[in-house]
Design a protein around this ligand. Structure first.
Ligand SMILES: C[S@@+](CC[C@H](N)C(=O)[O-])C[C@H]1O[C@@H](n2cnc3c(N)ncnc32)[C@H](O)[C@@H]1O
Length: 256
């Protein structure tokens, strides 16, 4: 039973499409997990996954790599704050989607910027991830200092409260973000987003899956909507895909 067989079984049993993830990295991570669980081959490991929710969750955690923090890439968030959001907030129906949001640091960072620009404004941020466990953490809005290292003391005082050793996001920001489980590789996409933030997610996918996603993001964006990508997620041939490059990490849907 080889790795291709294993991927097929995962798709059949858990509806999880591993064929769109970059194979080398994925296999290395899964082989490492298998070794830790002392499983001799993929069939043995699959048997374990099918019989233990805990082991499956560990498998999903390894696969999804939830590393994130508030204002990850400070310079890019400054660009968002100064050059993108001021014109977007003129739109009364501002729809934003953070795809692959991990523990919520990303969508809450955007909500903080919007709260500063338009307190209590009429925007909503949808935040999605494939990993139900990380979404539970996101919904609690509870963070340690490491995740908050890019936050200024002024923002920390205004938008968080300290309880025990953890900081919690205040309700005014929390209520602007709603979380939902969503698999970018198989679920349908919403429409008419002014801003889609998908950062440090697509990097794990094959180039074919990446191109399909860019196509789907294009159709999900409102006219002249903006896609905010991760620093190393450079869209090749962006013009052919219907985008204009505004700055590193920022692509605008071209006029038809
Ligand atoms: C490295 S984190 C990036 C978090 C945040 N966007 C950032 O840049 O800090 C990658 C996230 O993508 C999610 N992810 C991986 N595959 C996914 C998929 N097929 N659909 C939706 N989310 C996925 C993971 O669960 C993880 O939370």
């Amino acid at each position: 039973m080889d790795f291709t067989w294993f991927k097929e079984q995962i798709k059949r049993n858990f509806c999880l499409d591993l064929s769109s993830y970059k194979e080398k990295q994925l296999k290395r991570r899964i082989d490492g997990l298998m070794e830790r669980e002392k499983r001799k081959d993929y069939a043995d490991y699959l048997h374990l996954l099918l019989n233990s929710r805990e082991i499956y969750e560990k498998f999903l955690d390894t696969l999804t790599i939830n590393v994130t923090e508030f204002f990850r890439d400070k310079v890019m968030f400054e660009f968002l704050e100064n050059n993108i959001l001021p014109s977007l907030i003129k739109n009364k129906n501002l729809k934003i989607w953070s795809a692959g949001c991990a523990n919520g640091a990303e969508p809450y960072s955007v909500a903080i910027l919007l709260e500063e620009l338009t307190p209590g404004g009429g925007y909503q941020i949808k935040a999605t991830d494939i990993d139900a466990n990380i979404l539970k953490t996101a919904m609690t809005g509870k963070y340690n200092m490491e995740c908050l290292r890019n936050i200024s003391p002024r923002r920390l005082a205004r938008f968080f409260y300290l309880e025990g050793e953890h900081y919690y996001i205040k309700e005014q920001v929390k209520q602007k973000v709603f979380f939902k489980k969503h698999d970018l590789l198989k679920d349908t996409f919403g429409q008419n987003y002014s801003l889609i933030i998908c950062r440090n997610v697509i990097i794990y996918f094959t180039s074919q899956a990446q191109n399909q996603l860019y196509f789907k993001f294009y159709h999900s964006l409102a006219p002249e909507g903006i896609l905010f990508t991760g620093g190393s997620e450079i869209i090749l041939n962006y013009a052919e895909k219907g985008f204009e490059r505004m700055a590193p990490c920022f692509y605008k849907k071209s006029k038809p």
